[in-house]
Design a protein around this ligand. Structure first.
Ligand code: GAL
Length: 387
């Protein structure tokens, strides 16, 4: 038995892809690690600094090993890992189950055990594993193979599978040993995409939990369309408002998704900093029981755009959330009967609203909230005797 279990709660960190795309280098990664500490992100629970695609040379070395591009990473990956570890953080990297990564750098297919060893030798703590240029072999076998390769190194490496929610991945991925898996396509830095991803997950929540969480993709909070590639902004869609970013963050927290920041953390405004370090939302995300929420009143034929969710927490409290993804302000009522607390139980809920971090009083019989378009409320509730 190990003393620390990888994947018990969703990982938190930063990933280079959303903002930097191909323009990733040692300077950006070191500065981002510095920023993780200086801005208080580390203290709020963020720990992984992850380099996504485009870090390697296009050729393996004479022993068949992946090599870091010396122009982008002149000190090499081991030195970078040491730097990151020296800050009390963990180091993540990226590869792919196909012959090439999505950006056409060498993939790990048929090199899994060599690559896993290379990552372990460099001090890597997290591997994101993509799905491009995959041979005609079923995905289960490819993810299983890399999982075994990582485990056989003896190093604790969190395994992040990324097949974009395809091939009924939720049916088989947990058995591969992946700690998280992408249950959706790539996110874009706009409300339309955030909403699409969130709504696509309502029926997938039962699959998510400790040791294999649904990964709703990296957060776009605080990007304001400043990512350096066209894809991430997603065309002509408007820049997200802070309300929209707050709903995005709250939904990812409530749903138990990994919290991987994708903005430039060296340059966050106050609103972003406050939002992504909101301890009350993070505590729900990091709850040690890792239970997924249940969303109520969901009709499979007509996906609702505003709904309540319920999540059981490990300390005897429950989290209740109202999400309004629709374009109109809504008055949303949750009869407590629907969560098993009719007035005949003699119980009510003492609630704290976590987005605004304010006490919300006692609710008996029902909770009614006016929720603005694209807004949300997330309550942490204690069950008390109703007066
Ligand atoms: C995609 C993946 C993105 C990013 C990109 C890199 O397949 O979903 O998150 O890793 O590849 O090329």
């Amino acid at each position: 038995m190990k003393d620390k279990l990888l994947g018990l709660v969703p990982p938190m960190g930063w990933n280079s892809w959303n903002t930097f795309n191909t323009a990733i280098d040692e300077k950006v990664v070191r500065e981002s690690a510095d920023a993780m500490v200086e801005t208080g992100l580390r203290d709020a629970g963020y720990e992984y600094v992850v380099i996504d695609d485009c870090w390697s040379l296009k050729k393996r070395d004479e022993k068949g090993r992946l090599q870091a591009d010396p122009e982008k990473f002149p000190s090499g990956m081991k030195a970078l890992a040491d730097y990151i570890h020296g800050k009390g953080l963990k180091f993540g990297m990226y590869s792919c189950n196909g012959t090439m990564t999505c950006a056409r750098y060498p993939g790990s297919f048929d090199h899994e055990f060599t690559d896993a060893q290379t990552f372990a030798d460099w001090g890597v703590d997290y591997l994101k594993y993509d799905n491009c240029f995959k041979p005609e072999i079923n995905g289960y076998m490819l993810y299983n193979r890399m999982s075994m390769a990582l485990r056989s190194t003896g190093r604790d490496i969190l395994f992040s599978a990324c097949n974009w929610g395809r091939d009924d991945v939720e049916q088989w991925i947990r058995s591969t040993g992946a700690h998280i898996y992408r249950s959706t396509g790539d996110i874009r830095d706009n409300w339309r995409w955030i909403k699409m991803i969130a709504l696509s997950q309502l029926s997938k929540m039962p699959y998510s939990g400790s040791f294999c969480f649904n990964d709703l993709d990296m957060l776009v909070c605080g990007m304001y369309k400043k990512g350096n590639h066209a894809g991430i902004a997603g065309g002509e869609e408007p820049v997200c408002t802070d309300t929209e970013y707050a709903t995005h963050f709250a939904f990812w927290c409530f749903a138990g998704s990994p919290l991987m920041l994708g903005c430039d953390i060296r340059d966050m405004n106050d609103a972003t900093k406050q939002l992504v370090t909101n301890r009350e939302l993070i505590e729900i995300n990091q709850d040690i029981e890792g239970r997924s929420p249940r969303f109520l009143g969901i009709n499979p034929e007509t996906p609702p755009e505003f709904f309540w969710g319920v999540r059981m927490l490990s300390d005897g409290q429950i989290a209740l959330a109202a999400f309004n993804f629709s374009d109109k302000d809504r008055t949303m009522t949750l009869p407590l009967f629907n969560v098993g607390l009719p007035s005949s139980t003699g119980k009510g809920l003492l609630a704290r609203e976590c987005v605004t971090r304010t006490d919300a009083g006692v609710f008996c019989d029902d909770i009614t909230q006016k929720v603005e378009a694209h807004g949300c409320r997330v309550f942490r509730c204690k069950i008390i005797d109703a007066k």
